[in-house]
Design a protein around this ligand. Sequence first.
Ligand code: SF4
Length: 481
Amino acid sequence: MKLYIETVGCQMNMLDSELVVASLRKDGYELTADVGEADTILFNTCSVRQHAEDKIYSALGRLKNAKRQHPDKVIGVLGCMAQKDQGLIFKRAPYVDLIVGPGQLHQVPELVREIRERGGQRMEVSLGRKDGSRHEIERSHESFDPLRDPTMRPTPFQAYVRIMIGCDKFCTYCIVPSVRGPEQSRRASHILAEARQLAGEGCREITLLGQTVNSYRHREGDRTWRMSDLLAALHEIDDLERIKFVTNYPKDMTNDLLAAVRDLPKVSKYLHVPVQSGSNAVLRRMKRGYTVEEYREVLARMREWIPGVAVTSDFIVGFCGETDDDFQQTMDLVRESRFKNSFIFKYSERPGTKGAELYADDVPDDVKRRRNNELLELQNQISDEENHAFLGREVMVLVEGPSKAAEKHGAAQRAESSPSPAFSEQLQLTGRTHCDRIVVFTGNRRQIGQFLPVVIYDANAHTLFGEVVTQHVGPELFTLS
Ligand code: SF4
């Protein structure tokens, strides 16, 4: 049986797809990249922006004829959009067989089997935030990573590990608390067991995932584990060499966590701490729970405690009621904060959020687009300057694989059916520094998965370019005597 799966959205979704693929492989499925030959077609969806949902509905639209010609194909919609739209998906695309929310993904193999044997449609989703007691709602969302599949990871030596699910912050623009349920931290002993297993399988870098990962807190026996305790315990795992974590909530950036990042060499000196806006009026309407002054204090503390830390942020431009003056305050904050980079999004109204209920989406799209471009231009200029500070410096790079250019070149060669490149052939590789900067350099395939020292000789806003440092062993000249 062949499985085609398409994933939209964040790292959480990539991890969810990894788990779904692992469980379907146990049922005899093999992955295919060709939707035409697939027996089961799954879309793991995102509902954070309208655009992501539109993409899935149009992909479903393209499958209508295929389903008519091959009614035995199983088509499923998984993840956040499944939880948000539920039966609406059957209404808009009646040929869809399966709808499964993020909390029920472990049931996918059984549901697919049932549809194959008995036909009909199936829908499994979690309770809404008002549909029961907190305990009942939590249970309906709980599903913590039973199986892993290395082939679905970013690379075989890098893996995501979920340490929390859900969110209780209820920022007014955000659909996550509805579709991912209440904030729940995972047992530290389970996280450590999973990390040990991953390290044993050759994984050298893990990225801990949570919507507000630094809010992690779990009581086990008579001990309460904080994020800093978890980092210290993970740091003890021998074969693990790098530990990252995303995404941080500014107000929960405590000093014990900053000390852990500073003192534990395996923990990346890289913190993603989204501020979203530089205007207090906008932050208030977003219900982010802090002021710009408080964010500045957090940023100053991070830089004081962790010298050289790379900080990144997210911004939403054109949120309800954002004036030119509000936007200029965001520009000022970016100018002074010197983020390594920022992810910038135009506000997209999400039905079911407080923002959609309380405020008009009143910033015209062309204004959103202009603000997006202006902010991006400013951030790129800063990223470029920050990256140029690396010229001449040596950085340690975890080599991830061929660069995009090398992959394109390889694909073109394969299309011309040239022989595949020799294992030792030089090619352009890409990897990341400990502070999460992308580095491109020339090397060969057997270096993929290794840590290499690279000296930087050029840079732009997004990439550092370098050369692998080679060491001379023994005398260079021999005399014959
Ligand atoms: S902290 Fe706010 S933006 Fe982040 S997931 Fe929770 S509600 Fe959404």
